[in-house]
Design a protein around this ligand. Structure first.
Ligand code: SF4
Ligand code: SF4
Length: 109
C-alpha cells in the first residue's frame, strides 16, 4: 500500500517530503513530485510534513484525486515525453536529481 502524491503538490514542490523519506523513493518531475510505488515502504513519514496535504496512503486518497494513484505509477512505468525509456526503479532520488518532465495528466493541468 504505497503512499501517493496528488494534485496539491503541482507548482508547490517545496521538497519537504524528500528529506523525510528513509528510502529516498520520492522523485522530482518538473512541476510535481512522484512516489515510486515499488520502492515505498509505507512508513508514512512523508505525509505529515507536506504543507498542502498532497500525500496520502493509496487507499485513503481523497476521491477527487484517485487518478493520481495510477499516475504516480505511470511516472515510472511509462516512457515520458522526451525520454527513451521508462524511469523504472532507480533506487534513490538523490542520485537521479530532478527529471524535468511530468506525466501527461500533470502537464495538462
Ligand atoms: S511512506 Fe515512507 S517510504 Fe513511502 S514515500 Fe513516504 S516516507 Fe518514503
Ligand atoms: S512536501 Fe508536499 S508539496 Fe512539497 S514536494 Fe512533497 S508532496 Fe509536494
Amino acid at each position: 500500500m504505497p503512499y501517493v502524491i496528488a494534485a496539491p503538490c503541482i507548482d508547490v514542490t517545496d521538497k519537504s517530503c524528500i528529506e523525510e523519506c528513509p528510502v529516498d523513493c520520492i522523485y522530482e518531475g518538473d512541476r510535481k513530485l512522484y512516489i515510486q510505488p515499488k520502492e515505498c515502504i509505507d512508513c508514512g513519514a512523508c505525509e505529515p510534513v507536506c504543507p498542502v496535504e498532497a500525500i496520502s496512503q493509496d487507499r485513503r486518497v481523497p476521491e477527487e484525486y484517485t487518478e493520481f494513484i495510477e499516475d504516480n505509477r505511470l511516472f515510472f512505468a511509462e516512457t515520458l515525453p522526451g525520454r527513451d525509456e521508462p524511469i523504472g526503479s532507480p533506487g534513490g532520488s538523490h542520485k537521479t536529481g530532478a527529471f524535468g518532465v511530468d506525466t501527461p495528466l500533470v502537464a495538462g493541468r
